[in-house]
Ligand binder design. Sequence first.
Ligand code: PLP
Length: 349
Amino acid sequence: MSFDLKKIARNHLHELTPYSTARDDYQGVASSYLDANENPFNTGYNRYPDPSQQALKNLIAKIKVVDPENIILGNGSDEIVDWLMRAFCNPGDNIVVPQPTYGMYTVSAAINNVVVKAPPLNKSFDLDLNLITDNIDRNTKLIFICSPNNPTGNLLSEAGIISLLQSFNGLVVLDEAYIDFSETDGFLGMLKCYPNLFILQTFSKAWGLAGLRLGSGFASREIIDLLKKIKPPYNISTMTQEFAIQALSNENQKTIWVRTIVEERIKLEAALKQLKMVKKVHPSDSNFLLVELSDAQACYRYLLDKGIIVRDRSTMANCSNCLRVTVGAPSENSLLTNALKGYEKSLVY
Ligand SMILES: *Cc1c(COP(=O)(O)O)cnc(C)c1O
């Protein structure tokens, strides 16, 4: 493997002059801010937010045990996925996205006129390295790996991911949106070993901040600096930065939520397995279960009718008759289990 960021990034970005603000030239507190055409009267939000989000990044760096220089923050991790397309893929280039997985990589690629190669994961929903390698050509810029994977729930093999990192000349984008629910630490500790590793995490799941829109990308300083060139300067609002600093200061709360959700997942899995119409509950390292049923669509509609919304994933690769169920609060999980028991009674076997 010979990863060369200069070769892999789009040419015009090397020359690009990013938007700059006068506040890049001045650290500390000034006596007058007459540079940004803001309203001087204090509303709490009359000033533009810190474009470098330094205080928030310092806190995230401490929690994740990385350097702030290795972090970029997006308005949700979905925003970072789009920057990766724009930074690395010329129209006509391609990315490899093993299926089934999170749909945003493909949508973002389509928006950017990037070709998606979609080899299937293997029967256990793990990486099939031969199939992935067969799909790589000289225009392949990114491989998207989601671990734990959505919608299947499982962690992918660490050895498989490392093998890709070692052999692929482009960027391996590893989406760890659900890593807090798994029993592994994920790949953040390996950033220094692999210059072509890009890790996505989000505050939308374990941290309970989906409405805030905050996601983070972790990579080498060189890759982060490249993405900073395309990042809108004020993409994370003052309110988001302040609220996130407050929320992230209470990591203990997140730990408690994660523990409760994992306990509930184990209970829900056991309850689902009692049902005859449940053919399989796929093993999960996340906060949801992929459940194979005898008739997923009918069951989906029945639940919808009861006001219980789950996700029908039955049209995805190797997911026929599968529903994806998020592990909810204990009361919600009981409602679901009871509704399914009622549904099963109404069926004739
Ligand atoms: C939910 C989810 C995200 C989160 O996206 P945000 O834009 O940060 O809310 C990212 N990746 C995967 C695989 C997800 O399931």
